[in-house]
Design a protein around this ligand. Structure first.
Ligand SMILES: NC(=O)C1=CN([C@@H]2O[C@H](COP(=O)(O)OP(=O)(O)OC[C@H]3O[C@@H](n4cnc5c(N)ncnc54)[C@H](OP(=O)(O)O)[C@@H]3O)[C@@H](O)[C@H]2O)C=CC1
Ligand SMILES: O=C(CO)[C@H](O)[C@H](O)COP(=O)(O)O
Length: 487
């Protein structure tokens, strides 16, 4: 795309960590970029520090920023989700014209995106709610981009966004996701899966230290080794880096000096809230969100520190007689992989349910394709997920795909040993444990839900269904206990 030096095909406003690097990425790809930031020094710093990346057209006001854009104007917002995004949208829309396009690249809540898209459509302005993943480095080098909105808007912004996205095997990690909030919904679930993946990695680390007595440096070596196999992924790669880091001030492993309370900005929590509304069991993501909440409950944890753990096994040999160190390490690897398959299977089921609820026609295989590169959960594994959905676009669960089925069935013994050893030694593994419980639940012939139905009918006349005939039934619990047919 060419442009004169005084106009730009796209502008970026919000030049913080992400916005500045996306603007630089655009410039490096030969697109002139209009840039504007509320605090002018950020704009000045970007242009003076990185002017050699390409053509930046610095604007001092939002009106000047908009006037620099070629028609239809394309403005990418990279500011905090919520009120800040609404404020910037309003400023832009006030200066824009019919047919112009506002792209929100922040981590906005998909329901806000649906509202904004509808409001702006009424005003003749296209709104593209666009998930962007890759962090600071990905924004510069090539993120995974998940744009929602109308097909017409995608025609106008897609080529630009695809040009700056990561590419895997020549395919851009960017595709039109679907209407209104689809892009932000997909990014939200991506982040939910990211939470689950990180929690599982954290539990693997805790098992290595708590059961095998490994130092962070030894764990770093293990993760680096694992990154050469089926677990190969950005998160495993950076786990090895973080664990190998030594604190300059103390000479100790940095991870031992970091407060063990995980922060969150909200996307994982939103994922779980949506899953609860849709009735989709995303236990891996939920456990990860709650594990962060437990870690941050400093007062509770301080008060509970003295609680007894019971008669704990103190060595692997006591917990699992006959299991040696190397085979338990292999078990952790297998359990991590199986639990990860469950977390992704659940996340993809949520995407399917969200798609049905909002009529987005999401294509799970395409989502796996654009997550193969650029984003935080990028991994070899996503190529397998794409293959699974290519083979069967209506797959009810990744657990039923032949490749993943074999992988998980081959891990079951390890998975059970790991969860058992963790329980016997008092190492908390909510992610591993809940993933195994989910697996055992979905494959079970019978669940205790029948008893729960009986109880609900007993105290609330909520009725139950029977396995031998259709209809809804109620037992006269307070009377002669005969069964009646409910309406
Ligand atoms: N950091 C990350 O790894 C990722 C972040 N995101 C999302 O991208 C968005 C930006 O994140 P990030 O770059 O990290 O954030 P930063 O905190 O680094 O930058 C925030 C930017 O928003 C601007 N801003 C804030 N409030 C307003 C307002 N009311 N009006 C105008 N401008 C405002 C700030 O301007 P000023 O300089 O004047 O304060 C600044 O330029 C967020 O939605 C975030 O969730 C998405 C993927 C990854
Ligand atoms: O979107 C992202 C990566 O994909 C951001 O890094 C996000 O902020 C991570 O979420 P949280 O801060 O809640 O851990």
């Amino acid at each position: 795309m060419t442009s004169s030096s005084r106009t730009a095909p796209i502008g970026v406003t919000g030049l913080g960590v992400m916005g500045a690097n996306i603007a630089r990425n655009l410039a490096r790809h030969g697109h002139a970029v209009a840039v504007y930031n509320r605090s002018p020094q950020r704009t000045a710093e970007l242009v003076s520090n990185h002017g050699r990346d390409g053509t930046f057209l610095a604007a001092g006001t939002i009106e000047e920023f908009v006037s620099t854009l070629e028609k239809p104007r394309r403005a990418l917002i990279m500011v905090q989700a919520g009120a800040a995004t609404d404020a910037v949208i309003e400023q832009l829309a006030g200066a824009m014209e019919h047919g112009d396009i506002i792209i929100d690249g922040g981590n906005s809540l998909y329901t806000d995106t649906r509202r904004r898209e509808a409001e702006l459509r009424e005003r003749g302005i296209h709104f593209v709610g666009c998930g962007i993943s890759g962090g600071e480095e990905g924004a510069l080098e090539g993120p995974s981009i998940m744009p929602g909105g109308s097909a017409e808007a995608y025609e106008a912004v897609g080529p630009l966004l695809e040009s700056i996205s990561a590419h895997v095997d020549g395919t851009p990690c960017c595709a039109h996701i679907g209407p209104d909030g689809a892009g932000h919904y997909v990014k939200m679930v991506h982040n939910g899966i990211e939470y689950a993946d990180m929690q599982l990695i954290g539990e693997a680390f805790q098992l290595m230290t708590g059961v095998l007595g490994y130092s962070p440096a030894r764990c770093a070596e293990v993760f680096a080794e694992w990154n050469r196999g089926v677990l190969e992924s950005y998160l495993i790669e950076i786990t090895a880096e973080v664990l190998a880091q030594v604190d300059d001030a103390t000479g100790r492993p940095l991870v031992e000096m970091i407060l063990d309370a995980t922060g969150q900005k909200g996307t994982g929590r939103w994922t779980v809230k949506s899953a609860l509304d849709l009735g989709v069991p995303v236990t891996g993501i939920a456990e990860a969100v709650f594990a962060r909440a437990v870690s941050g409950s400093r007062d509770l944890r301080a008060a509970a520190t003295g609680l007894a753990g019971g008669e704990l096994a103190t060595t692997l040999g006591e917990a699992l007689p006959g299991v040696d160190e190397q085979s338990f390490l292999d078990d952790i690897h297998a359990a991590l992989y199986a639990s990860k398959v469950v977390a992704y299977a659940q996340g993809f089921n949520q995407l399917t349910a969200g798609s049905e609820e909002y009529e987005w026609s999401l294509r799970p295989g395409e989502l796996a394709t654009i997550w193969r590169g650029g984003c935080i959960i990028r991994a070899q594994f996503l190529g397998r997920i794409r293959e699974a959905y290519d083979a069967d676009p209506a797959l009810p669960s990744l657990l039923l795909d032949p490749y993943f089925r074999d992988a998980v069935e081959g891990s079951i013994g390890s998975w059970r040993r790991v969860v058992a050893a963790a329980a016997l030694m008092g190492v908390p593994v909510p992610g591993f444990g809940s993933a195994l419980a989910y697996y055992d639940s979905v494959r079970a012939d019978r669940l205790p839900a029948a008893l729960l139905q009986g109880l609900r009918d007993f105290f609330g006349a909520h009725t139950y269904e029977r396995i031998d005939k259709p209809g809804h039934f109620h037992t006269l619990w307070g009377g002669d206990r005969s069964e009646t047919t409910a309406g």
